[in-house]
Each structure stands twice: as C-alpha cells, then as structure tokens.
Design a protein around this ligand. Structure first.
Ligand SMILES: [Zn+2]
Length: 252
C-alpha cells in the first residue's frame, strides 16, 4: 500500500465521503459551468476559510482554478478569519453584492478552499493535527477550534472574554458556547466542534444573504460548503463536501 492510498484510507475512516481536492474542484466547477452555460467570466469568487497558513495553499489552487477557466473567475473576496467564520458579516455580503460585475453572479465557497472549517490529519490517522512545512513535530489544526475546545472544557462556567484584541477567537467561542455539552461529550470533541462550526458558517452565510438579498442585482448565486481535511505537504488535501447548490435570491 503506497502512502497516498494510505492517507486516503485514513481520511475516509473519519470522513467516508471525502473527495480529493481535485475531485472537489471538478465537482464545484462543473456545477458552476452548467449553471452559467460555460460562461463564468462574470462570476465573483467569495470565500470563508480559516486564516491558517495551511489553507494558503488555496491561493495557489485559486490560481489553478482561474487558469482552468482561462483566468475568468474574479476575486476572491475574503469573508473569513479564524475557523472560517465569516466575520465580514452583513457588510461583507453587501460588499460582495456591490462587486459582482454587471450581468454576473457570485460563487460563495466556505471551508475547504471554499466556505467552512478545516481539520488536520496525520499519516497515522490522528485527527486534529498535522505536520507543517519546516517543522518536525505535529501541531494542531484547526488551532483556533482546538483552543476553543480547550477553553470550553476548562470550566463549566467558562465565558469568552469581551476582548477587542482577540475578537475573532472570542466571537468563535461565543458562537460555540450553546453547543458546549454536545462538543465536550463527543467521542472526538474537535471533530464535533468542526461539525458545529460548519453548521454555524452555513447558517450565517444564509442569514446574511437573506438580510441583504435586495442589494444583489443577480438572480442567483452558487454556494459550496464543507470541511477541509488538511494532510501534510506530501499529500493532497481532502474535502468533505456538504453543500453545493444554486440559491435563487427571490426564494430565500
Ligand atoms: Zn484554523
């Protein structure tokens, strides 16, 4: 068994339906292509993903994706920060609405090089950490969600601080707080927190779109969301694709 097959099996033991990055990208862009009759030259890409540099690989991917569409895809507009929460909020969605080219549309992707959270995996199949380039010891991924789970478990009375100097982490923890028991009682608390974060991000994006839908001049958007599973630099990443749809703004 070669190492690539092995990491795929490790990923699938946690996420049975995970797609390779390439398969994921093909799935999303075939869908986008169909929705736009092969003309994506007026589609603005907007993403909500964790600020973690392990996802910076995504920037190269965006370039590849752009090249695949002959450099026609616009953006990306970055909505996210720690753990992929779309901190840009209502103003971010309004800005996307106003940046879409005339007669164009948007692809909003959350998580795996799209919209949503991410989680690391080691060659041994340990979830929640990975070996980063230039390091010899594994470290946490998502570090932000790992810290949040640690804080939630530190005391039954834990309350995130109101701290402008740590605003994203504290807001993430505030949003996770109602799910504290669900997360801490799970067999794998970080995996549970990642799932909760995905649902939160998905709901936030939809809530912001409902609130600001009148500012869009296009009729529909394509949304793609899921959880990114980061491996070390020797392997491609994987994506647990959880949402891919066309959203008709008049119907939300
Ligand atoms: Zn992260």
């Amino acid at each position: 068994m070669n190492s690539a097959a092995s990491i795929e099996q490790q990923v699938r033991s946690h996420y049975p339906h995970a797609l390779s990055e390439t398969a994921f990208r093909d799935r999303v862009f075939q869908f986008l292509d169909k929705e736009h009759c092969g003309n994506v030259s007026r589609v603005l890409l907007a993403i909500a993903q964790c600020a973690d540099d392990v996802n910076a690989v995504h920037d190269a991917d965006v370039t590849l994706v752009k090249r695949h569409f002959r450099g026609n895809l616009l953006g990306p507009f970055e909505m996210g920060g720690l753990a992929g929460i779309p901190y840009a909020g209502l103003t971010g969605i309004s800005t996307i609405a106003h940046h879409i080219p005339d007669g164009g549309s948007a692809l909003i992707v959350y998580g795996p090089h799209i919209y949503g959270p991410h989680i690391g995996i080691t060659d041994q199949g340990d979830l929640g950490k990975l070996l980063r380039p230039g390091q010899h010891l594994e470290s946490a991924a998502c570090g932000s969600l790992t810290l949040a789970v640690r804080h939630l478990g530190s005391s039954p009375d834990y309350q995130p601080r109101d701290d402008e100097d740590d605003a994203e982490q504290m807001l993430l923890e505030r949003r996770l707080l109602p799910y504290r028991d669900e997360i801490l009682s799970a067999a794998h608390p970080l995996k549970a927190a990642t799932n909760v974060a995905y649902t939160l991000i998905h709901e936030l994006i939809h809530r912001y779109l409902r609130a600001r839908k009148d500012e869009f001049r296009c009729e529909s958007l394509v949304l793609a969301g899921g959880v990114a599973i980061n491996t070390d630099a020797r392997h491609a990443d994987y994506v647990d694709l959880r949402h891919l749809s066309t959203l008709r703004l008049a119907e939300i």
